[in-house]
Design a protein around this ligand. Structure first.
Ligand code: ATP
Ligand code: MG
Length: 171
């Protein structure tokens, strides 16, 4: 099934706004309309997990940006960037382990289970892609869900509407 990136975006935008309650600056952008081959509910849960983390681990007043980017080689990615607490380098390789949470007062107080990123990794692997993480403690984090070109195509244009009887007759 081909899924509109735009549809996924609008869905996570709704979830993010509900979760943030106006406490963060949010943006959701797409560089070029595209479609992704995959399982819609899985892709949505992966993206929602990343955006939920970005909001959860970003103090009030911070920002969360979600962007879809199509590369010149045909691959595509969702990039979820936040200005939050960040992650120490030593934890990054372990983030996708089940139940792994960075041992810090803030992540304890937010009370997740540590499963979100293991699900994200599972989903992106099933779609032939990869998860890339970059982070700087105190500055923020960037999580990219990267899809191979086989799974990405430009959004299909709407079929042109049939000419009306009047138009045909006047030619
Ligand atoms: P769950 O998602 O199951 O509710 P969780 O958010 O703790 O719980 P993961 O989503 O797997 O679990 O994330 C694992 C850990 O990685 C988090 O506990 C947190 O310490 C760290 N982390 C994840 N995303 C971010 C982020 N955007 N900024 C800072 N730390 C993060
Ligand atoms: Mg999480």
């Amino acid at each position: 099934r081909w899924i509109d990136v735009d549809k996924l975006m609008r869905h996570v935008e709704g979830d993010a706004k509900t979760l943030s309650q106006g406490r963060h600056q949010l943006s959701f952008t797409i560089d070029a309309p595209a479609q992704l081959a995959g399982a819609e509910t899985e892709l949505l849960s992966a993206l929602t997990n990343l955006v939920t983390n970005a909001i959860r681990y970003t103090p009030d007043g911070g920002s969360v940006h979600v962007h879809w980017l199509t590369s010149s080689n045909g691959s595509g990615e969702f990039c979820v960037r936040d200005s939050g607490i960040g992650i120490e380098k030593e934890h990054i390789p372990r983030l996708t382990e089940r139940f792994y949470r960075v041992d810090g007062s803030r992540s304890r107080e937010t009370g997740g289970t540590g499963l979100g990123l293991s699900i994200v990794k599972h989903v992106i692997q099933r779609h032939g892609g990869e998860l890339d993480v970059e982070s700087e403690p105190g500055k923020g984090s960037q999580f990219r869900l990267i899809f191979p070109s086989l799974r990405v195509r430009p959004a299909q244009a709407e079929p042109a509407p049939a000419p009306s009887v009047a138009d045909v007759g006047s030619q």
